[in-house]
Design a binder for this molecule. Structure first.
Ligand SMILES: [Ca+2]
Ligand SMILES: [Ca+2]
Ligand SMILES: [Ca+2]
Length: 493
């Protein structure tokens, strides 16, 4: 646990610094063990084992014992029947995803009281080989969770937090049950970006729990599947993160740079294709059943307080950038498809199906970096500045195939080059993201950039479209001395 404390300390320093520097940032969240009672699950046999209040103490005791890598965890005070040992293990693994080191079996030391056999202590079986190995993995798990949690903060409502974390998991993850002989766990999903339905559900539940959102894991034996219900404003809604992660129809592999919302926030009566499950919390509320988000097959991105997405009504090729919110208010910000078509022609904004046909859907994915929005069209990537409604083509893509998705990693844009949307394709580097303020375009923000903006303000020089976009360092839509000052402050840090 030593490593963990170290990380927490660093996080709190960052938080303090951020608060001193500006009033813009709301409090971020820091990853730690799952708060008690935030993730729930009904036992697979339909009993109320997990929900009864006298079991909560036992769950906590076992979880804390596992976090300390104990070989023997005393729970005799909680009077858990020896026959329920399997349910207890499943409950710990489900409700506390940070216990990913647990194996599928557990031994118990029973004791007889009044003719009934109770668990005196739990003897966990670990998949990890040592406490050191587990602590190292746990540090990596928390560190990656902190990266996810840096995408959300207290200024967002729970709907927005749920969208952003859902989309980030889908963008970063691929479905595998095993890989190179290793079985999937919440650890592999969180840290290595691959896992099975349980892992998608539990990592999502874990991240939501860190932001204060409650959830319930839902199992269906007949489907051999797990998904999640999440609580928004006191009511529960069905979400299947795994099935919202698109895979190609041909090879069933991950479609990188793509996100769907076909299984995001439904009442159970409207939730498509799920059956045979027990539930702890009813999900009868239909608030989100008809929300526009179900027609957004791209990542939604938070930029300076607004949520943006790409909306495409079914049966029409539209690539409309919209702002969107928890009240289902959808406002067209810019018609990206029409802009690209008018500048470059029909096929620049339509995904060809050959012989003059095209797919009646958009495969543009939205990403954000340094306060700007990025999206792909079949043959290029574009940048959009929401502060000025500026739409610029960043780079043409001259591969044989179109681009069916977009992803950002380490400040670079990667498109999903695929023969057709049914193939998963491969990620290819297409362009660097723009670095705000770097008008000299050398990849570094320094005093020369600030000086050049001052020279531009004095009409000694002028910038091209990209320079003008980057010069608006504070994203207020105008280039002035405030941008120079903001760059000087940023450099001084
Ligand atoms: Ca994915
Ligand atoms: Ca520079
Ligand atoms: Ca500005």
């Amino acid at each position: 646990m030593k490593n963990r404390k170290h990380i927490l300390k660093i996080s709190s320093i960052f938080l303090t610094a951020a608060m001193l520097l500006s009033s813009m940032g709301a409090a971020a969240f820091a990853a730690e063990k799952t708060p008690a009672g935030t993730i729930d699950k009904l036992a697979t046999n339909g009993s109320s084992f997990l929900s009864s209040s006298d079991k909560a103490g036992a769950l906590e005791a076992v979880r804390d014992g596992v976090l300390n890598y104990q070989s023997n965890i005393d729970i005799k005070d909680y009077r858990i029947k020896a026959e329920d040992a399997g349910l207890l293990l499943d409950a710990v693994k489900s409700c506390y995803p940070e216990t990913f080191c647990l194996a599928q079996t557990v031994y118990v030391s029973p004791t007889q009281i009044g003719g009934v056999s109770y668990i005196s202590s739990v003897i966990p079986q670990y998949q990890t080989s040592s406490a050191e190995e587990y602590n190292t993995m746990l540090s990596a798990f928390y560190a990656k969770a902190d990266e996810y949690l840096s995408l959300v903060d207290d200024s967002m409502n729970d709907f927005t937090k749920a969208v952003v974390l859902h989309d980030a998991i889908v963008m970063n993850s691929e479905y595998y049950i095993t890989k190179d002989g290793v079985s999937a766990t919440p650890y592999t999903l969180m840290v290595e970006g691959w896992g099975k339905c349980e892992d998608y559900s539990r990592v999502y539940a874990y991240l939501l729990a860190q932001t204060g959102i409650k959830s319930e894991l839902v199992d269906s034996d007949s489907m051999n599947h797990e998904w999640i219900k999440i609580q928004l404003e006191g009511k529960y809604y069905e979400v299947d993160v795994t099935w919202d992660d698109p895979v190609s129809s041909k090879d069933k592999l991950d479609a990188p740079g793509r996100v769907s919302h076909d299984y995001f926030l439904f009442s159970n009566s409207s939730f498509p294709n799920h059956s045979g499950y027990y539930e702890l919390n009813p999900s009868a509320d239909t608030t989100y059943d008809e929300y526009y988000i179900h027609n957004m097959d791209s990542q939604l991105c938070m930029v300076r307080g607004s949520l943006y997405g790409i909306y495409c009504a079914s049966g029409v090729v539209e690539t409309k950038l919209v702002s969107y919110n928890a009240a289902n208010e959808l406002t067209t910000v810019y018609d990206l498809g029409a802009a690209v078509e008018s500048a470059e022609g029909f096929w620049a904004s339509h995904w060809s199906a050959g012989d003059g046909y095209y797919y009646t859907s958009s495969y543009a994915n939205l990403c954000t970096y340094d306060g700007l929005l990025y999206y792909n069209m079949p043959k290029g990537v574009y940048v959009f500045d929401a502060a000025t409604n500026t739409n610029l083509k960043l780079a043409a893509y001259n591969g044989t195939n179109p681009l069916y998705g977009l992803k950002i990693a380490d400040g670079k844009l990667y498109g999903d080059d695929a023969q057709e949307p049914g193939y998963s394709g491969t990620l290819v580097e297409v362009a660097d993201c723009l670095k705000m303020g770097d008008v000299e375009d050398d990849g570094i923000l320094n005093i020369i950039d600030a000086t050049q903006i001052q020279r531009k303000l004095a009409d000694f020089i002028s910038f091209d479209d990209f320079g003008n976009l980057k010069a608006d360092f504070n994203h207020d839509g105008i280039i002035n001395i405030n941008d120079v000052t903001a760059i000087q402050v940023a450099i001084a840090q």
